[in-house]
Design a protein around this ligand. Structure first.
Ligand code: M6R
Length: 608
């Protein structure tokens, strides 16, 4: 939700800021802007829409200087127009601010500052920060930022530049991520690691309440109480190429293809076959795995769907009662959990505000909290008691794909590990599941190598205004996930439904030509999908059936059939979701939609 970049060094800042924004554009793309210091002036360039508009503006009106900040916006307060685009300036136009988050008391601050004579030019909450900092500024920018933040309520990741100080700029965070990069040619700031990768892999995560001063060759950090602190930098293993498209037309397609490797990365160092064992002791102590009476999985969007699928594994393999909750609902619900329930927060980014709040609430209630997360060092991993990482590398496409299968893999391992620790799963059963898991990467590879006519199916359904996805048991969450993908990138209304529920309502929607995607892959309830398909066909619906080699008879009435290689039922969701991702992808492409940056969305939702 909004991307921030900053640079101070010996190179021209504009190119570095724009490149950083390009790599952060998945966080928001309503408008973009930069502020670069030149002599005693702040040069401001802002434009509405995606980054190319800003690039064009900079060609027409270039800026020069070696210190600057930039921003790509996902609008919260105020429409996406130039006045509301960041950076925002104070009255004297000598302080510029970029901000991610929400200043909740901005209305009263704005009133107070207006009464003092400050003139506002935008409708944003952020602009109050520029004026507040101006009102406290007496030559020490860090001190002015600290005093201003003392008055602000809400969340922020921000960067502040003063025209009077060419030697430094200031960053601060509360509930909104910021990473500092230490490079040979200067010091960098970004909301997320991919923006830093072309310049450095040496980073420092800023933590909540902290303020940082960035100079050309050094950084200074202060804690929430204003005390100076030192923190060692870390070297991250991601490299710049991982955040590029590598010849694919879109990040989403690249990330779909990467799943073969990312699933393997997530399990390979954690399992052994002879003897069969899952090694997650580093993520969750055996004692906890043995003792917890219940598991509660919490997440948003795709991460929530991963939790819904994983519930089957916790119940079947570890015999543990399992609840699955949408984080934004969970945080306000008063429901009783058994003491010591293990609360598992699932999040690709590790920054989703609702998931973070749900985990904090759980921690406050003294439940053990485990994060299943993809981003090293993200807020959720720092807040949780324990972390189980998915090793998917940076996911840039707004529509989550490889993170989903990474989460499924991690949660499958966790369920097996808990079953192993509690003795609910025997050696041969464990061996069978681990062996099946080891076949998944090759099955995905095999599937992606051959043509299944998915582009042609996408052409056939691209004109639809609505679609229904049906699945049973572990395939029901996949139906939800398939529908979410179609909604978010192809803008087709879609619903996922448990197939058995269709006749209790949604069947009324089916009319001639309506696409119904039936997940009829191998499972103990596969045969039950046959009657659902018949019912849809009887009402003129267009059935796109997903089945497994050997299951063709069940889906013989379907209009289109996509056949998957055979996999053990428990691990089959890791493969079955791939054609659903591709179907949404090709439908979006056929409709000319912007696949990687769908309208109104942002990759990480850091506001409530
Ligand atoms: O980073 P998180 O996994 O916490 O994000 C959760 C959701 O915002 C995310 O999965 C969202 O639903 C995706 N756009 C789905 O493709």
């Amino acid at each position: 939700m909004c991307g921030i970049v900053g640079y101070i060094g010996d190179q021209e800042a504009a190119g570095i800021l724009v490149e950083g924004l390009r790599r952060l554009e998945y966080r928001g793309y309503d408008s973009a802007g930069i502020a670069v210091l030149n002599g005693g002036d702040i040069q401001l360039r802002r434009s509405v829409g995606k980054l190319p508009a800003l690039i064009d503006l900079l060609k027409e009106k270039p800026v020069h200087g070696t210190l600057g900040v930039g921003h790509t916006r996902w609008a919260t307060h105020g429409s996406p127009c130039e006045e509301n685009a960041h950076p925002h300036l104070c009255c004297k136009e000598n302080i510029a601010v970029v901000h991610n988050g929400i200043i909740e008391n901005y209305v009263e601050l704005r009133k107070e500052l207006s009464e003092q004579g400050h003139r506002f030019k935008s409708q944003t909450d952020t602009e109050v920060l520029a004026h507040l900092i101006e009102s406290f500024y007496t030559g020490d920018l860090a001190a002015a930022v600290r005093q201003a933040l003392g008055r602000a309520q809400g969340s922020y990741g921000l960067a502040v530049v003063s025209a009077e100080d060419r030697e430094r700029f200031i960053a601060a965070r509360k509930d909104s991520p910021l990473v500092l990069g230490l490079g040979e040619r200067g010091t960098y700031l970004a909301s997320d690691v991919p923006a830093l990768l072309p310049y450095t892999r040496e980073i420092i995560y800023l933590q909540d309440g902290e303020i940082a001063e960035l100079r050309r060759d050094a950084v200074q950090l202060w804690d929430a109480h204003g005390q100076p602190i030192t923190r060692n930098s870390e070297i991250i293993s991601w490299d710049a190429a991982m955040a590029e498209k590598a010849g694919f037309p879109h990040f989403m397609l690249k990330e779909i293809h990467e799943q073969r490797a990312t699933i393997a990365n997530t399990f390979k160092s954690r399992v052994s076959l002879e003897p069969p064992a899952v090694h997650l002791e580093d993520s969750l102590p055996v004692k906890i795995a043995q003792a917890v009476p219940r598991v509660c999985l919490v997440g948003c969007g795709t991460s929530y769907h991963a939790g819904l699928a994983a519930r089957h594994w916790f119940e079947e393999l570890a015999h543990i009662p399992c609840d699955v909750e949408i984080a934004s609902e969970y945080r306000y619900r008063r429901f009783s959990k058994d003491r010591n329930t293990l609360v598992v927060g699932i999040s690709q980014s590790g920054e989703t505000a609702d998931t973070l709040a749900a985990l904090r609430e759980s921690k406050a209630q003294r439940f053990p909290v485990l994060a299943v997360c993809n981003v090293l060092g993200s807020t959720i991993t720092r807040d949780a008691d324990h972390t189980l990482y998915t090793y998917c590398g940076p996911e840039i496409g707004v529509a989550s794909t490889k993170a989903f299968t990474g989460q499924l893999t991690a949660l499958f391992l966790l369920a097996l590990y808990m079953g192993q620790s509690r003795g609910t799963i025997g050696r041969s059963q464990l061996y069978r599941h681990l062996k099946a898991l080891s076949h998944v990467p090759a099955a995905i590879h095999h599937f992606l190598e051959s043509d299944h006519g998915i582009e042609a199916i996408a052409q056939d359904i691209q004109g639809a205004s609505s679609a229904l996805y049906l699945g049973r048991q572990i395939n029901f969450p996949l139906a939800l996930e398939g529908a979410l993908k179609l909604k978010e990138i192809a803008y087709i209304h879609a619903e996922g439904y448990p197939a058995g529920e269709m006749k209790h309502g949604p069947i009324a929607l089916i009319e001639k030509g309506m696409p119904v995607i039936a997940l009829a892959v191998n499972s103990r309830v596969q045969e039950k999908m046959r009657s659902n398909i018949e019912e849809v066909k009887a009402r003129g619906g267009k059935v796109i059936a997903l089945t497994t080699e050997g299951g063709l008879d069940t889906v013989r009435k379907a209009d289109h059939v996509i056949t998957l290689p055979f996999l053990n039922e428990e691990v089959s969701p890791l493969l079955s979701v791939v054609p659903l991702q591709l179907l949404a992808y090709y439908t979006a492409v056929a409709k000319g939609c912007d696949v990687d940056q769908p309208r109104n969305l942002a990759k990480s939702v850091t506001v409530e």
